[in-house]
Each structure stands twice: as C-alpha cells, then as structure tokens.
Design a binder for this molecule. Structure first.
Ligand SMILES: [Zn+2]
Length: 176
C-alpha cells in the first residue's frame, strides 16, 4: 500500500509522482526494502518498471475490491504483476556476527518482486476486505485497515485524519 501511494492524489489534477526517476526508485527501495543503507542502485529503466508495476497493482486491487473480483482486472495488469512476482526475491545470508543480511543481484527488481508477491497474496486473501479508500477530501488513497474493529477511515491520521478533524473543529467554531 505504501508503494501504490507513491503516486499521490491519483486520478486528480494535483497527482504527485514520487518515483519520477531511477534515483527516486532506488531511494524508495532503500527505505522500504531489507537493505543496508546506501546499497541500492537503480539501473535506467527500473523506474519505468516500478511505475508500471505500481499502476498494475492499483488496478488489480481495485478489481479485487469490486464485485467482479481480482480476475476481472485487465490481462496486461495481471501479467505485469505475475511477471514481477516471478523475479528472484532477496536471499537471506547469516553473517559471522550472527546477524542476517539480505542480498540480490538486482535489489530494485528483487524488492519489486516482494511487493508483487504481497499484492497477489492480498488480492486472493480475506484481507482484501480490509482495504478501504481514504475518506479524506480528494485523497482516494487505498489503505489496509489493520485496526481490530476495521473502522479506520483515513490513509493516515497525520495527514487526512487531522485535516478532516481540523475542518470539523473550524466549522463547529463558526457555528458557535
Ligand atoms: Zn487520505
């Protein structure tokens, strides 16, 4: 879900691309992947693959949330996610210190493979019922609600949740 949110305000005029180039993709992978800081480099073209996978996953999750189900997404989106999931994932290695480290010939593609596998797991599991669209005005971000009652309404309390609460407070004050 963090990955598909790297295109903020998707489908609106204010859409913001957070993965515009290979360096941005490498930085994202460095932050969210199981890598040592500074060990991720992205090759040219990896950014386009990351963006293509991201949009395919968004389409797949949207289809999975619809009545028609995950199988109703386009063959192109399905193939994009399947192909990414088939790539080698990071391999664990036990260091002499007793610590585990993670390795891959292509850290960026290996991280995308993890993301794609997670997405396939998600859309075929009951957890897809806990994917909601943010109630923040104009946000539309999808998030996985892991709260026990399953009643979370916002992608993030720090952004959309606060915004909505502040608006409510302001309009209440105006009425007073
Ligand atoms: Zn939101």
């Amino acid at each position: 879900m963090d990955f598909i949110r790297t295109l903020r305000l998707r489908g609106t005029a204010a859409a913001e691309e957070e993965l515009p180039d290979a360096a941005a993709v490498a930085a994202w992978v460095g932050e969210f992947g199981p890598w040592e800081p500074g060990t991720c480099a992205a090759a040219p073209g990896h950014d386009a693959r990351a963006r293509e996978l991201r949009e395919a996953i968004h389409e797949l999750i949207t289809a999975a949330r619809s009545a028609a189900g995950a199988g109703s997404c386009s063959p192109r989106a399905r193939e994009t996610v399947n192909n990414a999931a088939a790539l080698p994932v990071p391999a664990p290695r036990l260091e002499p210190s007793g610590r585990l480290s993670w390795h891959a010939a292509e850290p960026v593609l290996a991280t995308l493979a993890l993301v794609a596998r997670d997405a396939l797991d998600l859309v075929t599991s009951p957890a897809i019922g806990r994917v909601h669209e943010c109630a923040g005005p104009g946000c539309h971000a999808l998030f996985l609600d892991s709260s026990r009652p399953g009643t979370r309404r916002w992608c993030s309390m720090n952004t959309c949740g606060n915004k909505v609460k502040k608006e409510a407070l302001r309009s209440r004050r105006r009425q007073d």
